[in-house]
Design a protein around this ligand. Structure first.
Ligand SMILES: [Zn+2]
Length: 473
């Protein structure tokens, strides 16, 4: 077999999945007692790929040539038409379950939300609330489903005895998306939910025939009990059908289509963005958006990445803690090794700018590598049981922290923590200004922008984007 134009490699230890591995989801070295952060990551070979053109509305058709499952399919003799046929068949099945399939979601400048910006600047909104099952989560899971369908069709896994169960831990949009996508493909799905799950969500999951397990918090055990049960199910043979890159690295691929759609518009209009604010819970969305922009730079359609700002609620901010740890070490090294004595940075912006000015220096890469090999010094579960009006971003841990911290460090971005009041203010503004029925989690990126505007850290000429990710149910 010729080398594929994509490979799946652990971003932590560098383990390369064999090209015919049907399930290169989780690094085999994960959980071996070392302190490495293992996340299997699809790496594109830019020399053998081109940015997809055209205006095909289904992102899984339009960007198919950038998918690992497409490369696997082609290497095993599946034609382009067969792959497209597979996507379209699954998409029709999803439409039958959910009312509609995948189509490019709206992205444009919001006049009302651009008040205070100069005419060349402003705020662009990517609206995912009308996507399959009402959020961006279905993108992640459609990418996984496509991969599963391909490896079965090309004979990399035995089909006798039926496919293994799928499993996810979630009580919100991810579970709903997983259930809709799994139902469409007629696959059994186990869903691990907390005791506080929204009854409306639970009812919908039952209608979609998901198998629910309620997981109470256990005294003395930190971390998310639903997540512990998910890991148990996976050890017993279920496939991780999740939106966490650490459990299934391929989940990032489908999510990248959101960023790819933004990139296609930017490339067509010959614009760049200065900043993107992304709400972060588990971190898969931010990781996907960052990687989509990185792919675009590698393939030569974008000149540079925007500054990435991860937005978390002050109630739960394990990612900000991780970023601070890495950023402080980098600043220490800059001061020590460059023999310069820059004034200690006053705030987050000054520190990020100082780091950005040294981003090409090997010491930044060394510190990022060092962080990935000492996970427990940077990422651990939030100590308090999280509660927030933005219930979709209260993950105890940011599972995809390393990719997101790297994305911020290399772009001069930094995390923004917002209060409950700002989350509500942003949601009210988002809904009244745009008419989009977004929930407080889905508009949390806008809360991050409001916070930085109050601190006067966003210039009037800047072009800024936010993602409205989840519909208010
Ligand atoms: Zn690894």
């Amino acid at each position: 077999m010729n080398p594929l134009p994509s490979s799946v490699i652990c971003a932590g230890c560098g383990f390369p999945a064999p090209a015919d591995d049907p399930f290169p989801f989780r690094c085999p070295n994960a959980g071996r007692g070392n302190d490495m952060d293992h996340v299997m990551t699809v790496v594109l070979d830019a020399a053998h790929l081109r940015w997809p053109g055209g205006r095909e509305p289904n992102p899984f058709v339009r960007y198919r040539t950038l998918f690992h499952s497409y490369h696997l399919a082609a290497a095993h003799g599946m034609s382009d038409a067969e792959y497209v046929g597979l996507v379209e068949r699954l998409d029709r099945a999803i439409a039958a379950v959910d009312g509609h399939g995948f189509t490019e979601t709206p992205y444009g400048r919001s006049e009302a939300l651009s008040a205070g910006f100069a005419p060349g600047g402003g705020l662009w909104v990517k609206d995912e609330t009308g996507n399959v099952s009402g959020s961006h989560k279905a993108r992640h899971l459609m990418g996984l489903l496509l991969h599963l369908e391909v490896v079965e069709r090309i004979g990399l896994v035995p089909v006798a005895g039926g496919p293994p169960d799928l499993a996810i831990a979630s009580c919100g949009n991810a579970a709903l998306a997983a259930a809709a996508v799994a139902r469409a493909a007629d696959r059994r799905l186990q869903v691990f939910i907390p005791t506080v799950a929204d009854p409306k969500v639970v009812a919908r999951l039952r209608r979609l025939e998901a198998e629910l397990t309620i997981c109470p918090r256990e005294e003395g055990l930190p971390g998310d009990p639903t997540y512990r049960r998910l890991r148990q199910a996976v050890r017993q043979g279920a496939l991780p059908f999740t939106c966490q890159g650490s459990d299934n690295g391929l989940t990032i691929e489908g999510g990248k289509t959101l960023g790819y759609e933004m990139v296609s518009v930017l490339a067509e209009e010959r614009h760049l963005l200065d900043r993107v604010f992304v709400q972060v819970g588990g971190g898969a969305l931010a990781s996907a958006v960052i990687q989509a922009f990185q792919d675009a730079v590698r393939l030569g359609v974008l000149a540079r990445l925007p500054r990435i700002h991860a937005v978390q609620t002050r109630a739960v901010q394990p990612l900000a803690r991780a970023y601070d740890g890495v950023a402080d070490r980098i600043v220490d090294r800059i001061v020590r090794e460059h023999g310069r004595r820059p004034a200690p940075p006053d705030g987050a912006r000054e520190r990020a700018d100082l780091i950005l000015a040294s981003a090409a220096s090997p010491l930044v890469e060394e510190e990022l590598r060092d962080a990935v090999t000492h996970r427990s010094e940077f990422m651990w579960p939030w100590e308090q049981e999280p509660r927030s009006v933005a219930g979709g971003i209260i993950d105890d841990e940011t599972y995809d922290w390393a990719a997101v911290v790297r994305g911020m460090i290399m772009t001069g971005g930094y995390p923004v923590a917002v209060s409950e009041e700002t989350l509500l203010e942003a949601n009210g503004l988002a809904r009244s200004a745009t008419g989009i029925n977004v929930d407080p989690t889905g508009s949390a990126g806008l809360a991050g922008l409001l916070e930085l505007k109050r601190k006067q850290e966003v210039g009037a000429e800047e072009r800024v984007a936010v993602l409205f990710t989840g519909v208010q149910r």
